[in-house]
Design a binder for this molecule. Structure first.
Ligand SMILES: *Cc1c(COP(=O)(O)O)cnc(C)c1O
Length: 286
């Protein structure tokens, strides 16, 4: 069940911070992924499609969520995976196969220009863009705010493709600001990617590019330490790819006085702990 829980990182008693726990929805269709998928799956079923095709990396929350959601909806699924097929599959991909997903590997150099072969373009196939990016994804993400107390002044989220953030911007009350923490290094195309999913020009949002820790899926000891400390203090698990960078960023912004006194900050725990499965040995205790 989704709850909104206090997040004890505020340094000022007049600034309230809470966390929307989308990580609690479902162990595999974790977090924002279910919201981003829901209208794609509805459209696929309405059109009588039988198989969902989507894309992602070896630790992709999106692919695993797609596999699980398709299994539950009685649809078949195929995942186009970025990278050569490895000797041993990641636990995420093994789980996806266990949920009935067929996997196809595409080497990294060809991935960007990759054209789907005929076998995935049958009448029965429905293609969901990588990360669920698109209008249906943003519309679905907009519905996640139905689970939050609408009195927030700021809504903070981690940003990958920007689909979730576009949904939040669309659904946030007019007086609230949406602050996105990009998990990639210098991805200056993100602003436009988000803008393209909005109905018009809006200035109630901003993207911050200072908390990427070296780039997508990169990390540093201070980030892992922060995750471990928060887990010890609150029992809340974060992942180093998305939500740890988000909460680290919000914590830093709080200390720098970024949020005015009286703010009520809603932090979105967008779920998705698959990335942590790529950590080894004594990197992390979670
Ligand atoms: C996929 C994901 C995101 C990014 O969502 P976008 O809509 O692609 O920006 C954020 N957090 C988690 C945990 C995710 O799995």
């Amino acid at each position: 069940m989704i709850t909104e829980d206090p997040l004890p990182i505020s340094v000022n008693p007049l600034i309230d911070v809470s966390m929307l726990r989308l990580d609690k929805i479902h162990p595999l269709i974790s977090g924002n992924k279910w919201f981003k998928l829901r209208y794609y799956l509805e459209a696929a079923q309405a059109a009588g499609k039988k198989r969902i095709i989507s894309f992602g990396g070896a630790y992709s929350n999106h692919l695993l969520a797609t596999a699980a959601a398709c299994r539950l909806s009685g649809l078949r699924s195929a995942g186009i995976v970025r990278g050569e097929q490895p000797q041993t599959l990641s636990p995420t991909l093994r789980d996806a196969i266990g949920l009935g997903m067929e996997l196809f590997f595409v080497p990294r150099d060809g991935y960007r220009e990759y054209k789907l072969p005929e076998q995935f373009q049958r009448e029965e196939d429905f293609i969901i863009p990588e990360g669920g990016y698109g209008d249906a994804g943003a519309r679905g993400a907009a519905t996640l705010l139905e689970y939050a107390d609408p009195g927030f002044t700021h809504c903070c989220c981690a940003v990958g493709t920007g689909t979730m953030m576009a949904g939040l911007i669309r659904a946030a009350p007019p007086s609230a600001r949406v602050v996105g923490i990009s998990v990639m290094k210098n991805n200056r195309e993100l602003e436009r990617a988000i803008q393209n999913l909005l109905p018009g020009k809006q200035d109630n949002w901003e993207l911050l590019h200072d908390y990427h820790f070296g780039g997508y899926a990169r990390h540093r000891p201070d980030l892992l330490h922060f995750m471990e400390e928060l887990y010890r203090k609150t029992g809340i698990r974060l992942d180093f790819v998305y939500t740890a960078k988000l909460v680290f960023g919000v914590n830093d912004l709080l200390q720098r006085g970024f949020f005015p006194v009286g703010s009520r900050i809603l932090v979105i725990h967008s779920g998705g702990l698959q990335g942590n499965r790529s950590l080894h040995g004594d990197d992390v205790i979670l």
